[in-house]
Design a protein around this ligand. Structure first.
Ligand SMILES: [Zn+2]
Length: 250
């Protein structure tokens, strides 16, 4: 199964080496991130396995405009007219006006060991080498908590990309950290709370600074963009990610 309940009315969908999250309020859903282009069918199947329909999604919230997070946004918009929102800073990035950090092809060229080559094959099959601009995405319609299922609260976390946003879920004590803080990645050497390898980050020092905005949130449950959920709380996750970052930056 690719879909798991991680808290009351919160589910994780595991795409191709990337996570998405569903927030439920009765019949209605919010989706955080949309995997790779090739993950669209998996997202629909996961939603149906919960007894819902894709049309139940009221909006998709994007953490940032990398290809492994914007994947199904255009499909969900074209097929079901589902809107998508992200931070005002990230909108032009999602529109494809500019690019931040390595392209998947740049990353693949650096890979030599068997695990990362297998990952490269998986993401290529999932549409990882095609451009995927999202013309319909808009900035958040309001400031503060969003009037959407789960009432997610955007937390600006610039660094991994300039307009990266984490989403705090105060009602369940969780934080979706996107790629500001992850717990594993096929190209990383260790598991546990950490930053992604530097070549994925627009600015690794800024990503490290962005952890300051997360650490004091009330969030015993950490839901990263990559890797498994972390249940020892955001403060512990941030402490471990900072310690790990010393190895990345040295
Ligand atoms: Zn990313």
């Amino acid at each position: 199964m690719r879909v798991h309940q991680v808290a009351d009315d919160v589910f994780t969908i595991r795409g191709t080496d990337v996570n998405m999250f569903l927030l439920r309020d009765g019949r209605d859903l919010t989706l955080i991130d949309a995997g790779w282009h090739g993950d669209a069918a998996l997202i629909e199947k996961s939603i149906r396995s919960l007894g819902h329909r894709p049309e139940d999604i009221q909006a998709v919230l994007l953490t940032h405009a990398h290809l492994d997070h914007v994947g199904a946004l255009n499909h969900l918009h074209r097929r079901y007219a589902i809107p998508a929102y992200t931070s005002p800073t990230e909108v032009p990035h999602a529109h494809g006006d500019y690019h931040e950090s390595a392209t998947p092809l740049d990353v693949i060229k650096r890979l030599t060991d068997r695990d990362t080559l297998a990952w490269a094959a998986r993401i290529t099959a999932a549409g990882g080498l095609r451009k995927n601009p999202v013309p319909h995405i808009h900035p958040f319609p309001t400031e503060g908590p969003l009037d959407l299922p789960g009432h997610p609260v955007p937390v600006p976390t610039p660094g991994h990309t300039s307009g990266h946003t984490a989403y705090h879920l105060p009602e369940v004590g969780a934080i979706a950290t996107g790629d500001t803080l992850v717990t594993a990645h096929p190209t990383a050497k260790t598991t546990g709370p950490q930053l992604l390898p530097c070549f994925f980050n627009h600015s690794t020092p800024a990503t490290l600074t962005a952890l300051d905005s997360l650490e004091s949130l009330d969030a015993p449950l950490v839901l990263p963009g990559h890797g498994r959920p972390f249940t020892e709380g955001i403060a512990e996750a941030v402490a471990r990610a900072r310690a790990h970052a010393i190895t990345l930056l040295s």
